[in-house]
Unconditional design. Structure first.
Length: 483
C-alpha cells in the first residue's frame, strides 16, 4: 500500500538528490544543503504561523450596523478604514444578544449552548423559593467552557493581550490583561498595571473610584492602555472593548443626539489606536477588525412581568421593595426576559401558571420553551444552571424590566428605565452589529452581505497561521485577499 502523509499548511518540501555513499564530499555537501533547506523551511513555517503578523479586534459595544449606514453618524476614521477594506451589511449576533456572551462567541467561534456564557457573569440560584441573581466576579476558567483563540495562540508561542475584554479575569493565556470585570484594576496583570501607573495613564487604583468615573473617562484610559501595549509589546493578537456607546444607547436610545456624540468619541479612540499602529511600525502587517457585540433597538414601553407574578402570589417583596421570595422570577435582558422556576417541588404547577399569566399579554410576542432552545443556540436547563425554564420575547418597541413594585404591567419607557435595549432575539435585524475588516490579508474596497459572529474566531486563527478546531463557524474566505 502506498503511504501518504499531510504536511502543515505553508510548508514546502524540498527534494534533494540522494547522497552517494562512496563520495564523502558529496555527502557533506548534501548535509549542508539539507541544513539550509530545513532552516528555510522552519523560517517559512514561522512566518505562516503568525510570528510576524498581528490581528487587532476592536468591539464598540452596542454599535448596530444600521448606524454605520446612517449619514448623521460622525465616524470619519471608521468610514475611511471601511473604504480601505471590507464592510458587511451587518453581523448577526448570537443569543442571548448581550455583551459577555457575544464577546465570548467572538473569541471561541461557538454559540452560548457550547461556551456556556449566558449573562455578564454567572447566574446564581440561592435556593428554592428565592430569586435568582447574576454575579460577574468570576475567572475565565469558571465562565468559558471551551478554548478561545487567544488560548490557542498563546500556547503556540504568540503574544496576546486584552483590554476591557469580558470573561478574561485571571486568564492564563493573556500576556497583558485589563479585564472587563467588576474589579477591573485589581485584576489587571501586574506588569501592565505598574506600567500604566508609572506613565500616569492609570491614576485611579481603587476599583470603587474607577467604576465611578464616567463612561468616556474609562474608555479613554482603556484606549491609552491599548495604545501602550501596541507600542511596547506588539502583540500578535489584541482584543480591545470600548463600552461608553452601550450605556449611552441604553439611557438615551440609538440615533439620539447623545448616541451620535458617543459614536463620534468612539471614532476618536479608533483614530488613536490607528496612530499607535503607525508609530509602532505594526500597521503594514496588521489586520484590524472593528466590530460590535450586538445592535440596539429603541424602547418606547417597559414591561414589568414580575409585577404580574407578585399579583399572582408567585413572588413576594421585602421591606425595601426588593424581591425577597419567588417561586417564579423573571430576570430581564431587554428584549427578552428569562423565566426561572426556583422550587423543584412546585415547578410543574408554576410553569403552567406562568404560561397562563404571560400568554397573549400586550407587548409579549412569544414564549420560547426549552424544546426550541437548540434552534436559537441556547443550552438546555439541565445542561447549564443559568439557562432559563422559559424565555419571554418582547414585541418591537417593548422592553422587559425587573421591578415588581406597583400595579402596572406596562409603563412608558424613560431614561431611567432605558430608552434603548439589546437582548432581543438574534433574528431581529436591529440586533445586527457593525463589521469592518481592513489591513493585511483583507480585500480592499468592498461591501458584503450579512455575516455571522461565529466566523470571527476561526478567521483570526487563520490570519495568524493557525486553525481553531471544533467551532460552529468557518473561515471568512470571502473577505480574504488571497494574492
Amino acid at each position: 500500500m502506498k503511504k501518504t502523509f499531510n504536511r502543515p499548511t505553508g510548508m514546502h518540501l524540498l527534494y534533494l538528490p540522494k547522497p552517494c555513499a562512496s563520495k564523502p564530499a558529496q555527502q557533506a555537501s548534501w548535509r549542508g544543503g539539507l541544513l539550509l533547506a530545513l532552516v528555510a523551511m522552519l523560517l517559512g513555517f514561522q512566518l505562516v504561523n503568525g510570528a510576524d503578523r498581528h490581528v487587532i479586534m476592536v468591539t464598540i459595544d452596542g454599535f448596530p450596523s444600521y448606524l454605520f449606514d446612517d449619514p448623521k453618524t460622525p465616524i470619519p476614521t471608521i468610514r475611511q478604514l471601511a473604504a480601505e477594506g471590507v464592510v458587511a451589511e451587518g453581523m448577526r449576533a448570537s443569543n442571548p444578544t448581550i455583551t459577555w456572551p457575544n464577546h465570548t462567541t467572538l473569541v471561541t467561534g461557538v454559540r452560548a449552548a457550547r461556551h456556556s456564557v449566558l449573562f455578564n457573569g454567572i447566574l446564581q440560584r440561592p435556593g428554592p423559593g428565592l430569586p435568582v441573581a447574576v454575579d460577574g466576579n468570576h475567572d475565565q476558567a469558571e465562565l468559558v467552557a471551551v478554548p478561545t483563540v487567544f488560548d490557542l495562540l498563546h500556547r503556540a508561542g504568540l503574544r496576546t493581550a486584552a483590554i476591557n475584554w469580558p470573561c478574561t479575569r485571571n486568564s492564563a493565556t493573556l500576556d497583558d490583561n485589563f479585564p472587563d470585570v467588576p474589579e477591573n484594576v485589581l485584576h489587571t496583570s501586574t506588569r501592565l498595571k505598574q506600567e500604566l501607573i508609572e506613565r500616569r495613564i492609570l491614576t485611579v487604583t481603587n476599583d470603587t473610584v474607577f467604576r465611578a468615573l464616567t463612561g468616556p473617562a474609562r474608555d479613554d484610559i482603556w484606549t491609552k492602555a491599548a495604545c501602550h501595549v501596541l507600542r511596547e509589546r506588539k502583540p500578535n493578537l489584541m482584543l480591545f472593548h470600548l463600552l461608553n456607546t452601550d450605556s449611552t444607547h441604553h439611557r438615551y436610545g440609538p440615533q439620539s443626539p447623545a448616541s451620535y456624540t458617543a459614536l463620534a468619541l468612539a471614532d476618536f479612540y479608533i483614530r488613536d489606536l490607528v496612530n499607535a499602529l503607525n508609530t509602532s511600525g505594526m500597521r503594514e502587517n496588521t489586520t484590524l477588525l472593528i466590530l460590535a457585540d450586538h445592535g440596539f433597538a429603541v424602547t418606547t414601553n417597559a414591561l414589568l412581568p414580575n409585577v404580574l407574578l407578585r399579583q399572582a402570589g408567585l413572588l413576594e417583596l421585602g421591606k425595601t421593595n426588593e424581591i425577597a421570595k419567588a417561586r417564579v422570577h423573571v430576570y430581564p435582558e431587554g428584549g427578552t426576559g428569562f423565566v426561572y422556576l426556583t422550587n423543584p417541588e412546585t415547578a410543574a404547577e408554576d410553569r403552567k401558571k406562568a404560561m397562563e399569566i404571560f400568554k397573549g399579554r400586550e407587548g409579549i410576542a412569544e414564549i420560547i420553551e426549552p424544546a426550541q432552545y437548540s434552534d436559537i443556540g441556547m443550552p438546555l436547563p439541565n445542561k447549564n444552571q443559568g439557562s432559563p425554564d422559559l424565555i419571554l420575547v418582547a414585541k418591537d418597541g417593548y422592553g422587559i424590566t425587573g421591578p415588581a413594585v406597583g400595579d402596572d404591567f406596562i409603563k412608558p419607557a424613560t431614561i431611567w428605565s432605558s430608552l434603548g435595549q439589546h437582548g432581543c432575539m438574534a433574528s431581529n435585524p436591529r440586533m445586527n452589529a457593525l463589521f469592518i475588516a481592513t489591513g493585511k490579508g483583507i480585500k480592499r474596497g468592498g461591501k458584503i452581505g450579512l455575516v455571522e459572529n461565529i466566523d470571527i474566531a476561526p478567521t483570526i486563527a487563520h490570519l495568524l497561521g493557525k486553525e481553531l478546531p471544533e467551532t460552529d463557524g468557518k473561515v471568512m474566505r470571502e473577505i480574504l485577499d488571497l494574492q
